[in-house]
Design a protein around this ligand. Sequence first.
Ligand code: SUG
Length: 449
Amino acid sequence: MKSYEVNFDGLVGPTHNYGGLSYGNVASQSNSQQGSNPREAARQGLAKMKALADMGFKQGVLAPQERPDVAGLRQLGFTGSDADIIQRAAREAMPLLVASCSASSMWVANAATVSPSADTVDGRVHFTAANLNCKYHRSIEHPTTSRVLAAMFQHQAHFAHHPALPAVAQFGDEGAANHTRFCRAYGEPGVEFFVYGRSAFDSRYPAPQKYPARQTLEASQAVARLHGLREDGVVYAQQNPAVIDQGVFHNDVIAVGNGEVLFHHEDAFLDSEAVLDQLRGKLAGKGGTLQAIGVPRAAVTVEDAVRSYLFNSQLLSRADGSMLLVVPEECRNNERVWAYLEQLTTQGTPVQEVQVFDLKQSMRNGGGPACLRLRVALTETELAAVNQGVIMTAPLYDTLLQWVDRHYRDRLVDSDLADPQLLVECRTALDELTQILKLGSVYPFQRQP
Ligand code: SUG
């Protein structure tokens, strides 16, 4: 049966701002408190979705979340009306209000880990929402994420949904940002590659010294168990702790894989040779041949990789078997990275073309093309079972663009977050969006009695 990789991109929410919330994420730290432009951010994301859909790639959209998260602020002891809560939080606990306003759910590579039906024992597509428990502003995403995913992938015969892992750092799980799948064809059994930053229960594993390792080995193992993956189809690898300390807070900042190709930096993994050997062996067991494109540090340093987001690119398979690499504009602005990319397409690897996208609004918070998408490999039957309201089409693009222009502000600074009107605007926009995308009532404000 025909099968596809469908990219579901996170639609940027109306409260997109630069809160400086992610210690260990260089861009988030260095752009803290700058003014943002939510309308431009959403338009940039939509432009990428539209361009890929126009090129014939299957494209979907994942809805943003209700922010500020007043329900979360209530849980933290703020009382009164929604407006009272926002104003009191602004007076007494501004950092908490900023965190409660983050539009971070746009980076849907962190929404969940997804295993296609060809890999799972029960033959269903499995989703585990990521607990994102390293940062408060991200840890509040998963309940709504779960409802949105369930509304998109409804049919139980095809789709299995698991709630987020226990909300403790020992099971820190950042979803698909640390997960890649290799296969000969999307519909055939493949090898799922889980990359973790540390072990929570075994002190023999090294750990970074400066920045947090957000993903644990134990979380990755739990996800593989929940999804019913077979041992011959799973490889675990530890991220090099030294690169985490240089700002590689997710593995997708230093490596990306698709089909039989792994595009990675020389310093990405702790024991690169052993990791590549395992991948090669297990993929061979599935009839595939690993093609690793290792980028030497002499050509691109880890710092260049972090600044340019070279590896936070989308590696997309085209009908003729070649691949397209979608990179952010920051790659063209970096001389060494651009020189590397210019010669990459002439090296006889499957990567035959590079396309550049302007995603600056998201990039300033450390979110590149790959962060903005969640990949779901689906058979034709499964794709037909997806809620069709979320599949990108020319009319849906037009509708969403008009929706953004109607509801989004073009400038947001810290003090605007204290304005209770922002919550009203966000709810009005999302209420309309759930109708556009045919999601039903997925937001807390829609579910209040
Ligand atoms: O979790 N930034 C996100 C970026 C996530 C990128 N995703 C992947 N690499 N897949 C994070 O650090 C910054 C928000 C702020 O500072 O306002 C933030 O949450």
